[in-house]
Design a protein around this ligand. Structure first.
Ligand code: SAM
Length: 329
């Protein structure tokens, strides 16, 4: 079992398959000065076999859920092989994707035993989708979401809510969940190197709930699981659900069970961690990585990677050079 210094059991591993992406979402794509630091060369990147071997070590230590992320996991040519191999492990396998390539992978996802997919979609309007991603893919992503629903996958839609960019669409997303079995996850805008985070761009859990309840009336509160990063709700009678990932206004670190592995094989004990532990180098040298995994976990802070205070997002330090894509969000 993997237990940190605060007694939290860690059984969920998020693996970045690549630090590259085919979209340029403005809350994620770093300023040009960060591009150099966020694109690994393929030799630095874990191969499919290395991902499966390192993930298997985590599974032997109690991990029972694996999420593939990135960068965009489905732009990796061997993403299908990786899914199939990880799907043979005793884990719940899932992924977070921008949705652009789901139609190419949907058969493999079935075969690998994937049941639930998180798709990032920040606007339901074509023009605004382009403004946020710099791509004209709204119809493609929307039809891929429809395809997932039609084929019986659980679909969670991640919407990063930003003041002045898409907050006027919060209610539209909520209404979508009334008529379709989509689970909307509003995400508070988080600070990462180069993403121009400002407190005034943040729309909080409270504001999101007020917007929806102002339109649709009182929401029904649903039960939250012990490790949920969200507070869950439903518009009464709705087919889908609503949830808010309130990292900034109400962090949920007490129930954290997450570990991260970057595309270049570094283990991180928190999204906001200032340190990481190389597993790939030692693995390639034939070193036992289990003690390294345990040591990394012991260094985990109680909350937000040791960051604190409302203004912490404004102060980037040299230690925080990894972007969201480089960490594997
Ligand atoms: N490419 C995939 C995708 O688009 O879903 C996976 C990687 S992406 C970094 C993972 C999730 O992080 C997405 O849902 C994205 O919206 C979210 N994200 C990225 N930057 C963020 C930020 N600054 N604050 C909050 N969420 C963010």
């Amino acid at each position: 079992m993997l237990v940190d210094g605060f007694g939290r059991v860690h059984d969920y591993l998020r693996i970045g398959l690549t630090d590259r992406c085919n979209y340029q979402c403005l809350y994620c794509l770093p300023e040009p000065e960060f591009h150099q630091g966020c694109s690994s060369h393929s030799g630095d990147r874990m191969s499919a076999e290395e991902i499966v071997a390192i993930a298997s070590q985590f599974v032997s230590l109690g991990v029972n859920k694996i999420r593939l992320t990135g960068g965009e996991p489905l732009i990796r040519k061997d993403a299908g092989d990786i899914m199939l191999a990880l799907g043979r492990l005793p884990v719940k396998l899932t992924l977070t994707t921008n949705g652009s390539r789901i139609d190419h992978f949907i058969d493999i996802m079935h075969e690998a035993g994937v049941k639930s997919v998180n798709v990032s979609l920040d606007s339901l309007r074509k023009e605004n989708f382009h403004r946020l991603t710099l791509r004209d893919d709204f119809e493609k992503v929307k039809s891929n979401i429809d395809l997932l629903i039609a084929q019986g996958f659980e679909v969670k839609v991640n919407m990063v809510v930003m003041n002045g960019y898409n907050d006027h669409e919060v209610v539209d997303f909520a209404k979508w969940s009334q008529t379709q079995p989509v689970h909307i996850r509003y995400i508070e805008f988080m600070p990462f190197p180069g993403n121009r985070w400002r407190p005034e761009k943040l729309i909080s859990l409270q504001q999101i709930l007020e917007m929806i309840e102002g339109d649709s009336g009182k929401l029904e509160k649903l039960d939250d699981g012990p490790h949920d990063t969200t507070r869950k709700y439903r518009i009464p009678g709705g087919k889908g659900t609503l949830a808010v990932i309130s990292t900034m206004s109400a962090p949920f670190c007490d129930g954290c069970n997450r570990l991260r592995l970057t595309a270049d094989g570094k283990m991180r004990n928190c999204l906001f961690s200032k340190t990481e532990t190389d597993l790939l180098g030692p693995y390639r040298n034939g070193t036992d990585i289990v003690p390294l995994i345990r040591q990394c976990l012991q260094g985990k802070h109680r909350q937000l990677g040791g960051n604190s205070g409302p203004e912490w997002g404004l102060h980037e330090t040299e230690e925080q050079r990894r972007t969201m894509m480089g960490i594997g969000g």
